[in-house]
Ligand binder design. Sequence first.
Ligand code: NAI
Length: 343
Amino acid sequence: MTQRLPATLIAGDGIGPEIVDATLAALEALQAPFDWDHQAAGLAGVKAAGDPLPPATLDSIRRTRLALKGPLETPSGGGYRSSNVRLREAFQLYANLRPALTIVPGGRFDNIDLVVVRENLEGLYIGHEHYVQIDDDPHAVAMATGINTRAGSRRLLEFAFQHAVATGRKKVSIVHKANIMKALTGIFLETGLELYERKYKGKFELDTVIIDACAMKLVLNPWQFDMLVTTNLFGDILSDLVAGLVGGLGMAPGANIGADAAIFEAVHGSAPDIAGKGIANPTALLLAAAMMLDHVRLTEKATQLRRALHATLNIDGVRTGDLGGSASTMAFTQALVSRIRNA
Ligand code: NAI
């Protein structure tokens, strides 16, 4: 009998419950052996337990060390701090892995196969921000501190380089802005170059590129890149950019990986503009579930899920609105489940 795997499930906000339901249906059809512990976070956490990251949710992940998560709403400007950022901090999920692979051909760019590895805990995301009042304007000056450490950079770069070797990547590009933020992003660049020379030279080609040039090059000729490894804020922006190369946020999965736990999610947010309409594309979360299956070494089921997605989208031509189709989330899910069952 297959070993059961306890895992935490956070449905999340906005379209979260809709795409999580779709993903659960696919995982059930695959007979994936997860025992789900349902927990709340984000706005749903506030409604259920008065807390965007309730202690019960943290306890659950502490126990399972594995979670699948729908998007969590974060108020802009004021309000509570992002539960996503807090989850990453609580479990030291220092690596954010975001693959971008063309699944639906015929878009603006074909045959994209890129991966962005983003440092997830440091940089300008540490939340050391404040305003300075001048005269009667309390928001006259805004200040933020970024912190990157040699140790934090090294563990992320080590993760990225190991992943590059394990997955046969030919080239890794360190993305930085060390010409301007000489200390903050210089330390990341310097650590990467040193680590490559010491341990990885010859295992893949190493390249360095400045963030602004990288953004332009990705749009002009994305095939020149293979893996991009970068600091927190640049990684956040670049992973949405590469999601755009493969058909948009509806197609982009992400994994947050650390020493104590791994949390799998879609790159996109709660999409409040389409929440409750039954039209969200669940593909990104489904691809995140495939990454989760890979992570627990159920690679055959991961492959089965990716194949069924490919067939549903490209052979059956069942697509949601964001991909130019007209299928509802439910119709797409039904088509996917029958592909899985009839494989
Ligand atoms: P968003 O990613 O939710 O939406 C951007 C655009 O993409 C919208 O037009 C939306 O309808 C569309 N979209 C996103 N996912 C889609 C899907 N699966 N199918 C079809 N269309 C889709 O970004 P936005 O509006 O900036 O953020 C909304 C909320 O989500 C905010 O509170 C933000 O903080 C939160 N957020 C949460 C994330 C997470 O939990 N990992 C990540 C990013 C944002």
